[in-house]
Design a protein around this ligand. Sequence first.
Ligand SMILES: NC(=O)c1ccc[n+]([C@@H]2O[C@H](COP(=O)([O-])OP(=O)(O)OC[C@H]3O[C@@H](n4cnc5c(N)ncnc54)[C@H](O)[C@@H]3O)[C@@H](O)[C@H]2O)c1
Length: 456
Amino acid sequence: MVTKKEMKIALPSTAASPSLLNKVDNRTARIGVIGLGYVGLPLTLLFSEERFAVTGFDVDEKKVSTLNAGGSYIVRIPATEIEAAQRSGFRATADYAQIAQMDVIIICVPTPLTEFHEPDLSYIRDTAEAIAPHLHEGQLVILESTTYPGTTEEVLIPILEEDNAHGLRAARDASANGFYVAFSPEREDPGNDTVARRDLPKVIGGAGPVALELASAVYSSIFNRTIPVSTPATAEMTKLLENIYRCVNIALVNELKQLCQRMGIDIFEVIDAAKTKPFGFQAFYPGPGLGGHCIPIDPFYLSWKAKQFDFRTRFIELAGEVNTAMPYYVIEQTAAALNEQAKALKNSKILVLGMSYKRDVDDLRESPSLTIIELLRKRGAVVSYNDPYFPYVGHGRHYHLDMRSVPLDDLGQYDCVLIVTDHSDYDYARIVRESRLVVDTRNATKGIASDNVVLC
Ligand SMILES: NC(=O)c1ccc[n+]([C@@H]2O[C@H](COP(=O)([O-])OP(=O)(O)OC[C@H]3O[C@@H](n4cnc5c(N)ncnc54)[C@H](O)[C@@H]3O)[C@@H](O)[C@H]2O)c1
């Protein structure tokens, strides 16, 4: 039961760890960020901009050496930003012994699903086991990886307590000694520059009031607004609610898109009209299926946890069902469009435009284009792809492509050009003009009059 008392959140005023508060205040706190990927690296840069000396930890030695050489492996992060961070003291390492020198440790490692669609917490566990032997009193450990409610209390803290060299416990209040733990979800939306990163309100749940106060102080130094909540589980659930909301609404428009197609109505025109309503409606757009490390995965963390409470999360299951079926719908629509031209999918030459899971990002994880290409190949189509962000796509956990991006010339050689990801660099007018048939899953050809375009 949630009591009213528990729901009142006020940051306590405590004398605990004044040294860490002072260090944050005067920017001498040593920040360790674990996992230098799409989340950890930008976070590192934010701290560096505020003149904190950050140590980045990653098990990928290639990433470590690229960063230490002043390079970047994320397209939207220029090398100049890494060099600027180095001037503030940023170094990358694979050596966990350096954890002992950190005041604050922030964990940003992956949280995928296993092949049985269950939470894979192995990265969090491995990280906790690697940190624990180097933990010392007064350190603050914050988990940022998206996960189910309960992970911080039930998985992270027990490992840190059991495996640390000094028998330390997570300190729950000002009178206790030990280390401090909090959960604060990442709200990064790659490719979306409409909100500056530091303007994203930062939700924080502490394992105890002191941990909350310390984590709030740390994040207040780089974010303009912090949102304290009562427990780590509340913060974990907040992140899942945000992503489930998105997943369910995308499923809704994906379903309505299929109905509109049968009724001869343009769903994109409908959404554009509906979003003129100044209240009570937020526009979501249909597409070829869900991609990225978050929306296709995170909701299932909650479904899995819900079973422990004998509860079925039906919205999540249904949304998953609709969204997972979208690549199959794209294949059927492509086959139907070819059929109109008296062609079969088998042996048709198809050019897939865009491999990444969304516009203008260099991220392939869970991208629907991977499934679409595999399905097209299964049906006997001769498939090529173009993506400025991916010159080559090899093998991954769920795909085996081994393909190279082809140049965007001689579009007339293809029976169909299938737009899966609407990168801004593409010249859609030219694509429509030079292609025999365009199947557009993103409304990228909006406003370009032509009878060789099929919206799907
Ligand atoms: N990518 C996003 O847009 C986004 C947005 C919000 C939240 N998240 C969440 O943030 C977390 C991280 O996601 P990401 O996209 O940055 O992942 P990522 O794969 O880009 O980066 C994770 C990094 O962790 C490193 N790593 C793995 N195990 C490690 C270990 N034991 N010790 C040190 N480093 C280790 C990997 O080498 C990699 O560099 C996930 O839980 C994800 O759900 C991601």
